[in-house]
Each structure stands twice: as C-alpha cells, then as structure tokens.
Design a protein around this ligand. Structure first.
Ligand SMILES: [Zn+2]
Length: 323
C-alpha cells in the first residue's frame, strides 16, 4: 500500500485520498445499512441511507411546485417543475457510464448500498426526497431496451424485469417502482429501475383503472392503452402480455414499455420504439404526472394539451392490440 502525504502534493495524490475516503464511507454506510436491515424494513434502512448520503452529495432540490389540470369527466393531470434536471448526466457508448462509475452522477463521490441482487443509489436529480436509482449488482451494464428479433427473447428479458419490479414493490409498499424499458429512459445504456415514494394516494392512471383489471383501452377514460394486473405472479403477467400484445407484434424488434409496479398492482403501458411522443413520456408521465424543466412551459400547458401529448406516445396500431 502506498502512503499518501497530507496535504496532497499533486492532483493524483488528492484523487487517491478522495478514493480512500470514499472507500471508507462506502464500507461504513453498507455496514450500517445491513445492520438496520437485519431487524427493520427495507424502507427504514433506505431512510437511513438517504440521510447519511444527502449530507455528502450535491443533490438538486426536489421539485415542489405542483400544478393541477382538470377537465370535466376526465382524470385530472398533475405537473411539477424541476429545472435542475437538465443537468442530468447522460450515458454514452464510450464507457463513461454514470451507473457503472457513480462519481459521474453527482458532485461528491456517491456510494451505493447492496440489497440482495440490487444496488441502491441516490438519484442526484430527485422528483422527491428518497428517490433512488436501482441497478443490478452483476451484469448490470445491459441496455434498458427489451426489443429483440425474436419474441421469445423479448419475453425472456421482460419476464426477468417484471420479477425484479414485483419483488421490489412488495418490499417497498409505500413506493412506486418504475422502469422505462426502451422508451423514455434518460440513461438507456444501463439497465436500471427507480424507486420513488408515493406522494399521491391515487395517480391519474390508477384512477382511470380503479374498477378494472386486465386490458385497458378506453380512449375517453385515459389517453394511452395499458394493462393492469392485480396480485398475479410474474409468470402469469408475462403469459397475458404475450397473448394480448407481444405474440401479436409483426416486428418484436420495436417492442418497448413503461412499467409501474406498486404494492399489489402492476401497470404496463406498451410502447413502440418507432413512435416518438410530442413530449417525452416516461413512467411518471404515463401515470399522469408531468415534469417540466421550466415554469413557463408548465403554466402554458392545459389538460387538453397534456392529454394529446400522452396519447402521442402510442400509435393506433399499438392501441388496437390492447383488448
Ligand atoms: Zn453502466
């Protein structure tokens, strides 16, 4: 082991010191997290992790401005403004991946905590407090997309993700677990999920689906077609998705989805990588929660415009499949 002089004599010495400190913080945070998890819920252990890390990182303030858009007889939409999210790091194909090297995620060396096969990281551009990014610990640097030349391969990939999402949702009952599978992800090169504390008792998509389970395609009730499953196993969900969507596709190479798992319910909004929505539609927008990067755009929005933007995430051919 090489001794590091203090104060550091060069940039590389300073880097080694920061690396050593980060390593120490990583070990200590993991040990404390595991100790709490051994006799408390995952929510409680993550609560500790959030508070321990938030002091060390330059995390953008969560958006607090909340706007509501109403129309008679239709679910209301909600919007918030999060100007800092334009600074989010993007992944590139050249090896600089913020989910492989957490130090690229934020000012300060971010650490993660390991829980089973998942690693939790603090989202440096959160929608709310305790907004986590979740990556697979092993073989994690695979694309978010699920498209493949053969439908069996699409189903295999999607099935493994559904199992992950449903497991996470059952362990985090007060959270939404979100996954943009090939549509709407800002870091498309590295598979990841998001865990976000539920700040609304019923989201607009849930309101539209409140009486039904199955295949939801009522254009007057919600602008996108979706599937809702209640208390089913990942195998049963995948079988239904194959029968009513994947096996009907002419070209599975364009299959994508926004998936939202909650404690007990799973929502799947089928997407097609060739269809580009008028406004970026990821899981939160599919739920009926819009995130704007400036207040002027948020104030210029209207219920009708949000409805049309959401509807533009699917084309008629895809909507026709969901029945
Ligand atoms: Zn990566």
């Amino acid at each position: 082991m090489t001794a590091t002089s203090f104060p550091p004599q060069s940039a590389s010495a300073a880097d080694s010191l920061v690396d050593a400190l980060s390593g120490f913080i990583q070990e200590k945070t993991q040990a404390d997290f595991s100790a709490i998890r051994s006799n408390q819920s995952l929510c409680a252990a993550l609560d500790f992790f959030w508070h321990a890390q938030i002091r060390l990182l330059d995390v953008a303030s969560p958006s607090t401005k909340r706007l509501q858009f109403c129309a008679p007889g239709k679910p209301s939409f909600f919007a918030s403004v999060a100007p800092d999210r334009v600074r989010r790091p993007k992944s590139s194909a050249n090896g600089c991946c913020p989910l492989c090297d957490y130090s690229l995620l934020s000012q300060g060396r971010q650490v993660g905590v390991l829980h089973g096969r998942f690693r939790f990281l603090i989202n440096p551009f959160p929608f709310s407090e305790r907004h986590f990014t979740i990556v697979r610990e092993e073989n994690g640097h695979v694309p978010q997309g699920i498209s493949a030349a053969c439908v069996n391969e699409v189903a295999l990939t999607l099935g493994a993700r559904l199992a992950d999402l449903m497991e996470l949702a059952s362990e985090l009952p007060d959270y939404l677990i979100l996954h943009n599978a090939g549509a709407g992800a800002s870091l498309p090169h590295h598979l990841h999920y998001q865990a976000l504390p539920r700040w609304r008792r019923v989201y607009p998509l849930e309101f539209a689906a409140r009486h039904d389970a199955g295949f939801f395609n009522v254009p007057s009730a919600y602008p996108v077609a979706f599937f809702v499953f209640r208390a089913l196993s990942p195998v049963a969900v995948l079988a239904a998705l194959r029968e009513h969507w994947l096996d009907l596709l002419d070209e599975p190479g364009h299959a994508a989805a926004s998936v939202i798992a909650t404690n007990g319910n799973l929502y799947v909004v089928p997407r097609d990588t060739r269809v580009h929505a008028s406004f970026p539609v990821a899981c939160l927008e599919a739920l009926g929660e819009w995130v704007f990067q400036d207040e002027t755009s948020a104030r210029e929005a209207s219920h009708q415009r949000l409805w049309e933007w959401l509807a533009s995430a699917q084309d008629q051919a895809l909507r026709d499949l969901v029945q």
